[in-house]
Design a protein around this ligand. Structure first.
Ligand SMILES: Nc1ncnc2c1ncn2[C@@H]1O[C@H](COP(=O)(O)OP(=O)(O)OP(=O)(O)O)[C@@H](O)[C@H]1O
Ligand SMILES: [Mg+2]
Length: 244
């Protein structure tokens, strides 16, 4: 049976002034798939996923998310799509002045996802349990370690029960053991929430654990796609070099 595509990017371009970043890039993400994206710093990985949810407006190309052409849809439709796409920002970005509970309440309020406070608390507790941090519910971000902050940011992404999660460097700045735990958590979340994900990462251990296949980004397009094992054993040194 053919799998359903949840994201299709076709021939997308994006330049900033004379800086051409995306030059006809294409990808498909299938239901239930975890797709890794690797590539050198500054190559345009974050720009790519920001274009997918129109945090950055692409210059040209097509982007279909969950069956909606998001470059042609109106603001209401775009908002509906964004509720279904969790975005874990590079750096995590919790609100420092808000407790964990308030940080998680924020997306519920913003989208009016549920109208009853009682339901909101249940959602908050459920997503904290999913990331193993229910005990942190009344802590402030300053009381959390880097790994805990990433987990809380992920819990905040899960609050709206997304169909898709876009992970931008989920393990950066963490030690190897904690990175491994976050990578395992990404797999657990896929099973629990039935999500598909794009995972941008420099961390090859994360790529190995958390992805089904990996795309290598270079010069505004993708060089190659394959599983971790295929790419790390590629005949081409240029490809293998990403896996050292
Ligand atoms: N809003 C913006 N305005 C102008 N230039 C931008 C903007 N966002 C990104 N860029 C430029 O686009 C290029 C790609 O940036 P991007 O953040 O996508 O890189 P990246 O591959 O995610 O790098 P890293 O691995 O370091 O996170 C960079 O040259 C960056 O300066
Ligand atoms: Mg980036």
């Amino acid at each position: 049976m053919e799998k359903e595509n949840v994201i299709v990017v076709n021939n997308m371009y994006k330049s900033f002034k004379h800086n051409d970043i995306l030059k006809g890039i294409s990808l498909t993400l299938q239901k239930g798939e975890n797709l890794g994206v690797v590539g050198k710093s500054g190559i345009g990985k974050s720009v790519l996923i920001k274009c997918i949810v129109r945090l950055i407006e692409p210059d040209r190309g097509e982007v279909d998310v969950l069956g909606t052409n998001i470059l042609k849809c109106n603001d209401i439709e775009l908002n509906e799509i964004r509720k279904k796409v969790g975005y874990l920002f590079q750096g995590g970005a919790l609100y420092d002045s808000m407790s964990v509970r308030e940080n998680l309440l924020f997306p519920i309020r913003r989208t009016q996802f549920v109208d009853k406070m009682h339901d909101a608390q249940e959602l908050i507790e459920g997503s904290l349990r999913s990331v193993g941090l229910i005990d942190a519910i009344d802590k402030m971000p300053s009381e959390l370690s880097g790994g805990m902050k990433k987990r809380i940011a992920l819990a905040r992404t899960l609050i709206l029960k997304p169909d898709i999660i876009l992970y931008d460097e989920p393990t950066t700045g963490l030690d190897a053991v904690t990175s491994g735990e976050i990578s395992e958590l990404i797999i657990k979340i896929r099973e629990e929430y039935n999500t598909a994900s794009i995972i941008i990462t420099h961390d090859m251990k994360c790529a190995k654990i958390a992805t089904d296949s990996i795309k290598i980004m270079k010069d505004g397009r993708f060089l190659e796609q394959g599983t971790y094992d295929q790419l790390s054993r590629s005949e081409e040194k240029e490809i293998r070099d990403y896996f050292i």
